[in-house]
Design a protein around this ligand. Structure first.
Ligand SMILES: [Fe+2]
Length: 294
């Protein structure tokens, strides 16, 4: 078996064949996947029957696993999956769908907004790896947007305008935009805004991308409504159909995306039925902007 990658979209997204991710990979295979990520920013693998331990072992080929603490409203003792796994399912510990008014479900609806994982952390995520253990019975596609192509298509004046801008990101802002505003003091402290550059340069390819997310709540030094109008405008630009690819999940798909170069969102699905999706996240290595002192 040799690893090969076929493009699924004119700008980004590759489909990988010829590798079994349940087994330890050799250095050449890891290098080929990293190179594919640098080029395509999203890679799709089919028929990868991973368990949690195998998924975490595969993830560690690309860096440290991010500590998921502070990224949701699930309380200690409520977790369905082991440490190191992000539960992106609609399930409680009993493996049954969460009730319609369950706070965790309402919080997770924020995943239907365009975002980049962990942009609300001072050191944001590198890759996310999402394993489809059980797809939704209807709906539930994940859409990806290529933020490099979006940047390249900006006019020169807008490129100059965004070049030095710093945004504040928080889960409070993305959830607040859906009307999820009741947070405990502990959650407010965990969701304290962090600063991120609006433009990032990929360390290997040198390609420049817009670093957008629904977690953005303002641009540092701007009046807030002006900032949010501009961010909304940039987001509309960046998510136009030519920059977007929709992934329709099959059981045992694994999709990896680079959060530094893409945004994503899940589309509505029938969540009275189980949808079991499990994510591992590769931590980033450096902040994108200087933080305000605590
Ligand atoms: Fe996400």
């Amino acid at each position: 078996m040799t690893l090969s990658i076929q493009p699924l979209h004119p700008e980004f997204v590759g489909e990988v064949e010829g590798v079994d991710l349940t087994r330890p990979l050799d250095a050449a295979e890891v290098a080929a996947i990293e190179a594919g990520m640098d080029r395509y920013a999203v890679l799709v693998f089919h028929n990868q029957r991973l368990d949690d331990a195998q998924q975490m072992a595969f993830t560690r080929n690309f860096g440290e696993i991010e500590n998921a603490r502070g990224g949701n409203v699930t309380k200690p003792g409520e977790h369905r999956l082991p440490q190191g796994m992000n539960d992106v399912s609609n399930l409680g510990q009993d493996n049954q769908p969460l009730a319609r008014d369950d706070r965790r479900r309402l919080f997770n609806l924020g995943n239907q907004l365009w975002h980049s994982d962990s942009s609300f952390r001072a050191i944001p995520a590198k890759y996310s790896l999402l394993s489809c253990r059980l797809p939704a019975t209807s709906g539930g596609n994940t859409e990806f947007a290529d933020m490099r192509a979006a940047y390249d298509a900006l006019d020169p004046a807008t490129k100059a305008e965004v070049a030095e801008l710093i945004c504040e990101h928080s889960l409070m802002y993305s959830r607040g935009s859906l009307g999820f505003t009741e947070l405990t003091e502990e959650e407010k402290a965990a969701f304290r805004p962090v600063r991120q550059s609006l433009v990032r340069t990929h360390p290997v390819s040198g390609r420049v991308s817009l670093y957008l997310a629904s977690h953005i709540g303002t641009i540092v030094g701007w009046p807030r409504p002006e900032a949010m109008a501009f961010i909304r405008d940039l987001t509309e630009h960046a998510t136009q159909p030519g920059f977007v690819h929709a992934h329709r999940w099959r059981q045992w798909d694994l999709v990896i995306w680079d959060n530094r170069q893409t945004m994503h969102r899940v589309r509505r699905f029938d969540d009275r039925q189980p949808r079991d999706m499990r994510r591992t996240t590769v931590a980033g290595t450096a902040p994108t902007a200087e933080q305000i002192a605590a």
